[in-house]
Every structure is written in structure tokens, then in C-alpha cells.
Design a protein around this ligand. Structure first.
Ligand SMILES: Cc1cc2nc3c(=O)[nH]c(=O)nc-3n(C[C@H](O)[C@H](O)[C@H](O)COP(=O)(O)O)c2cc1C
Length: 194
């Protein structure tokens, strides 16, 4: 049994991304995992100020909803990032959450090239929805995930589910008309094969 934290970086309750995350959660829960879902749409999480107080032994100076998320993050085995595609990348909400993890960085005496600190070891996965479904639709978002989440934060990638063709920006949301919810359910069920 793993402790999985699902962060939904959408503002729409029951929107495409929230539904995709819920399908994943159904599968993961049925597989016996403990899953905690955080919907960022009703949270206030500001971007990192870069003040570096946290790197001088102090807690983050910002007293927003991130305070309640730090313990959830520290305790989880896996973190699943769910986001709508906004202007070719993850949503600002989710980016702000990731920036604020700077406050839990640990000193690394021998960092690899291009790294300056280390982060708690986690498994991770990415779930994304978008209106388009072209071969380049998710390129920037996946690149960011690989560079920052997997390579920089150093987390172990358990998989990426890219749900294109969900409508939404100029048409109605229609993830239920796609096969993506079934894929997300299967992903949740099999993220830790027995
Ligand atoms: C500000 C904004 C930017 C968006 N940018 C893109 C984009 O670059 N490519 C795309 O295919 N869809 C884009 N969309 C559409 C959403 O990614 C899509 O509708 C998504 O499934 C919405 O998820 P939600 O229901 O969780 O809000 C954008 C929507 C908004 C509101």
C-alpha cells in the first residue's frame, strides 16, 4: 500500500482535469492505495518569492494554503500532478505549488551538474488534459515535467497520461466522450504492479 498525493491544478471542479484525476484515484484506491486529493482551485498558493529565507533555516515566509500541503507532501510516497494545458504548459496554480517546494530543499554536498540542492525522494506521475490533440500539443509540458520534476527534483517517473481532445477552451468539456478516463483508471490500478 502506497501513500499517493494527487494535486489537481485546475480551477474547475468536475472539469476535464478533475475527472481525469478522479478516474486515476478510483483505480489507485481499488488497488489498495491510500490516496489524498488536493484541488488547488480553491486554495491560495502564491509563487515563490525567491527570498531564500527557507535556505537559511527559516520556514517559508508566506503564510498561505501551502502550509497545510507541506506535511501531505512530506508524508507521501508518490505525487501525481494533474493539470490542464494552459498556453502549452502546466497551469500557473500547479507551477506555484512546485515552486514552493523550494522551501523543503535539503543541502546536497555533492550535487550533480546543474543541481544545487536535493529534494525528498518521491515517485511521480503526470496527468494532463487539453483541447487540442496534435503531436506537439503537450511537448512543452512534458519537457518541463522531464527537466524539472524528474531530473531536477529527482523524482522517479511512474508514467505520463496525456489526454488531448477534451474540448474546453472554445467548446464544451467532453472528456467523457474520450477513452481517457478509462486509461486513467487503469493507470491508477497498475501504477504499482503487484
Ligand atoms: C488560459 C487557457 C489556456 C489554454 N491553453 C491551451 C493550450 O495551449 N492548448 C490546448 O490544447 N488547450 C488549451 N486550453 C484548453 C484546456 O487545456 C482544456 O480545455 C482543459 O481540458 C481544461 O481543463 P479543466 O476542465 O480542468 O479546466 C486552455 C484553456 C485556458 C482557459
Amino acid at each position: 500500500m502506497k501513500n499517493i498525493l494527487v494535486i489537481v491544478g485546475s480551477g474547475h471542479k468536475n472539469g476535464n482535469t478533475d475527472q481525469l484525476a478522479d478516474a486515476f484515484i478510483r483505480g489507485a484506491t481499488e488497488a489498495g492505495h491510500k490516496v489524498t486529493k488536493v484541488f488547488l482551485g480553491n486554495k491560495v498558493i502564491n509563487g515563490c518569492l525567491g527570498c531564500n529565507a527557507c535556505h537559511f533555516g527559516k520556514p517559508c515566509v508566506q503564510k498561505d494554503d501551502m502550509i497545510e500541503l507541506y506535511p501531505l507532501f512530506m508524508q507521501c510516497d508518490a505525487i501525481v500532478l494533474a493539470s490542464p494545458l494552459y498556453f502549452w504548459t502546466i497551469s500557473a496554480r500547479l507551477k506555484a505549488f512546485l515552486e514552493r517546494l523550494y522551501a523543503v530543499a535539503q543541502e546536497d554536498e555533492h550535487p550533480a551538474q546543474g543541481r544545487y540542492e536535493k529534494y525528498p525522494a518521491k515517485d511521480c506521475a503526470l496527468l494532463m488534459t487539453a483541447a487540442d490533440d496534435l503531436f506537439w500539443t503537450f511537448e512543452q509540458a512534458v519537457s518541463y515535467y522531464r527537466f524539472n520534476v524528474v531530473n531536477y527534483l529527482g523524482w522517479n517517473n511512474k508514467g505520463v497520461l496525456l489526454a488531448g481532445g477534451c474540448g474546453g477552451s472554445h467548446s464544451k468539456r467532453k472528456i467523457q466522450e474520450t477513452g481517457h478516463l478509462a486509461s486513467a483508471y487503469q493507470f491508477g490500478k497498475t501504477i504499482y504492479p503487484v
